[in-house]
Design a protein around this ligand. Structure first.
Ligand SMILES: *[C@@H]1O[C@H](CO)[C@@H](O)[C@H](O)[C@H]1NC(C)=O
Ligand SMILES: *[C@@H]1O[C@H](CO)[C@@H](O)[C@H](O)[C@H]1NC(C)=O
Length: 243
């Protein structure tokens, strides 16, 4: 009897912590779901140097799949990786440009195809370059418009250590009081915060090399690399009631 209870408890635990992975939206598709469609964008991949393609590691979500797992566990649905290059250095902005295009077209296509049969509920995640890309997917930039016409389908989001972070807005999470290396301008960031702060958090920890523009040091780099780990539980707690 005790043993049976023990096994049942283990089974429950196993089911509720079964990790969701995030295959590419380009290869796995985006079937219409009444659950959540989580679209997640990885951070920079130092190995990739072609900006207008998908990077070889673009399905590695660097811990963000733990957030996706918690949300899919509650609401049903699935996670997909944003197909983009996440290239470094001189290819950084071209890579983001391609990512914005991919993100906006993925969201528009999903909503247009699915809204007559399900209630589209999209959750966006992004780490580092992925957070900057997802921010621009929502508020435009680099020649792209905002996603204003689709904002009601964005159920929630969490971005971690985005270099386009701007400090001291309601949408911000974490404790940075300084803005990022590629901080967005006040007009577009104010639009971001006003439109999405009830359902999205843009996390940045004080001292982060990129999102807090804290300068290059081992400690600043460690803070940046640890960002998803540092804030994923807070992200889950914030998003859980929304999905
Ligand atoms: C990315 O993929 C390449 C092979 O395509 C591999 O050598 C490299 O270690 C991967 N990078 C990361 C950060 O996992
Ligand atoms: C910011 O938050 C982190 C994590 O909670 C903490 O370790 C750090 O001391 C805080 N830094 C500042 C400057 O408040």
């Amino acid at each position: 009897m005790v043993l049976t209870r023990h096994i049942l408890a283990l089974a429950t635990l196993a089911t509720s912590t079964l990790a969701v992975d995030c295959p590419g939206a380009d290869t796995a598709g985006t079937p219409c779901t009444d659950g959540v469609f989580v679209l997640s964008a990885r951070g920079t991949d130092l190995n990739f140097n072609l900006p207008f393609q998908n990077g070889p590691n673009y399905t590695e979500q660097q811990g963000q799949q733990d957030v996706a797992t918690a949300l899919v566990d509650k609401a049903g649905g699935y996670c997909r990786s944003l197909p983009y290059a996440s290239s470094p250095y001189l290819l950084y902005f071209p890579s983001i440009n391609y990512g914005i295009k991919q993100g906006q077209s993925t969201i528009r296509e999903y909503v247009d195809r699915c809204k007559s049969t399900v209630n589209p509920r999209i959750v966006l995640l992004g780490y580092s370059q992925g957070g900057q890309t997802m921010t621009s997917v929502l508020i435009g930039g680099q020649g792209y418009p905002t996603l204003e016409d689709y904002k009601q389908y964005i159920t929630g989001g969490a971005f971690f250590a985005s270099p386009s972070f701007v400090a001291n807005y309601p949408i911000d999470g974490g404790n940075s009081t300084t803005s990022g290396l590629f901080a967005r301008g006040p007009v577009s960031y104010n639009y971001f915060s006003t439109t999405y702060s009830n359902r999205l958090r843009n996390f940045c920890q004080a001292g982060d090399v990129f999102c807090a523009n804290a300068g290059f040091s081992d400690e600043a780099g460690r803070i940046h690399e640890n960002a998803v780990n540092a804030y994923k539980q807070e992200a889950i707690d914030f998003l859980w009631p929304l999905v």
